[in-house]
Design a protein. Structure first.
Length: 292
């Protein structure tokens, strides 16, 4: 074997071990959530096969009004937030990518300063309160509508589009919005979808802002519900006071460990499903590039 082959073999083994280390805990949680309540005490942290298959955990969670409301809140924040993020990021990145944009350096400084220096929790809270956004989904969606790091990435993608294409479009009478949505966006489609996925992950994992700004439990996203249940051991956060007794004692009782595993799986699965759908864009992120 050559040195290159040995290196590739070692690299493949290390990556395989890393993959197994990453996936194993998730598979264990799935097995725990699918194990019958009477057998859960015999499940260890190394088991990846359910003992006596049961779907009682998911039946309980999917029939819980609190879980439904939290799931809707997470989807609403993710979809609305990602759409707003992408629209504003695309427009700003396009403007900053144009060579003839007046005051570009000043705008860049204006964007970079908040990236390096944050105003702090109390000023942010007072701002949200004075805007009347407390207990509103928009208190989570509006702050941070543009991630400066992602903006710089998209700006570089747009800069790869030859200026001659824009010039030809201007001669044909196209305005800036036409050039954004008919030229820049189609040519930068892989990069835009990748950044959109990054934004969606950030939005789906929103935890701190909802915890601070949303006091109404009916508007909590899944991540806050997960925190209330796991950290505070509060079953009432999952089922509410009316149905809590049904799963706390008797034949229908579900162990805390099973519910913990089930709600984690429900929280993680939706965002994981996006990766296979968008994988082709990661494999070919330069598909929109053109040569001058």
């Amino acid at each position: 074997m050559t040195k290159k082959s040995i290196f590739q073999l070692i690299n493949a083994v290390l990556l395989l071990l890393l993959t197994i280390t990453t996936i194993y805990p998730f598979v264990n949680l799935l097995a725990v959530s699918l194990t019958d309540a009477k057998e859960i005490a015999y499940m260890t942290g190394l088991d990846i096969i359910p003992k006596k298959l049961s779907f009682d955990v998911y039946k309980a969670l999917f029939t819980s009004p609190q879980v439904y409301k939290a799931f809707f809140s997470s989807i609403y924040i993710t979809v609305m937030g990602t759409v707003l993020n992408m629209v504003l990021t695309i427009i700003t990145a396009y403007a900053l990518s144009r060579k003839n944009f007046y005051g570009k350096k000043l705008y860049m400084i204006f964007l970079i300063i908040p990236m390096l220096f944050d105003g702090g929790l109390i000023p942010n809270y007072m701002l949200i309160k004075n805007l009347g956004l407390i207990d509103s989904y928009w208190s989570v969606i509006l702050p941070g509508t543009i991630n400066v790091y992602y903006l710089m990435l998209l700006k570089n993608v747009f800069q790869s589009v030859p200026q001659s294409i824009y010039e030809a479009a201007e001669i044909d009478g196209a305005g800036h919005f036409t050039m954004i949505w008919k030229i820049a966006v189609p040519l930068a489609k892989p990069g835009i979808i990748t950044i959109g996925l990054f934004y969606a992950i950030l939005r789906w994992n929103e935890y701190f802002k909802p915890l601070i700004y949303i006091n109404n439990p009916d508007k909590w996203p899944l991540q806050v519900l997960l925190r209330q249940f796991i950290v505070d051991s509060d079953k009432g956060a999952l089922f509410g006071t009316q149905t809590l007794l049904n799963y706390s004692s008797g034949a229908t009782a579900i162990p805390f460990r099973s519910l913990q595993a089930g709600i984690i799986i429900i929280t993680v699965i939706p965002i994981l499903l996006l990766y296979p759908l968008l994988l082709k864009y990661f494999n070919n992120v330069t598909v929109g590039a053109v040569k001058e």
